[in-house]
Design a protein. Structure first.
Length: 130
């Protein structure tokens, strides 16, 4: 039971947790922060960059019941990434293909594809759509 042996241990909201713990029957969880299957998301990239969990998930520690506080839509994510681009220089992507191929791809994908603004790895389609 972990924390809930001490915190909210008599809460009716946690009856399902107690029942699962003592019976050994798994809980049929309802995902709160659910992205479409075609979206790739890696928490570790955000964690290593110092993005606080609360930026996207809210202050879960103070929630009696976890709820989605941000829309987690493509537009919302892109707005956050574009703001990050304005506030710190992007990290150059690692070269994983031969330099000649990489150079051609870099110019085709990242340079001037969005009119007058440059697109970086933070906002390229393949960052999330794989």
């Amino acid at each position: 039971m972990g924390c809930h042996t001490q915190i909210w241990n008599q809460s009716p909201l946690l009856e399902v947790v107690r029942r699962s713990y003592f019976s050994g029957t798994p809980i049929n969880w309802k995902r709160v922060h659910d992205l479409p299957d075609f979206v790739y998301f890696d928490h570790s990239v955000h964690v290593t960059r110092g993005i606080a969990c609360a930026n996207c998930h809210g202050d879960v520690g103070r929630m009696a019941r976890v709820a989605q506080v941000q829309p987690l839509t493509m537009g919302w994510c892109l707005d956050c990434h574009r703001e990050a681009q304005r506030t710190r220089p992007p990290t150059p992507p690692a070269l994983t293909v031969p330099a000649s191929s990489w150079d051609a791809s870099w110019h085709m994908i990242f340079k001037n594809v969005a009119g007058d603004r440059e697109v970086t790895a933070l906002t390229t389609c393949t960052a999330c759509h794989r």
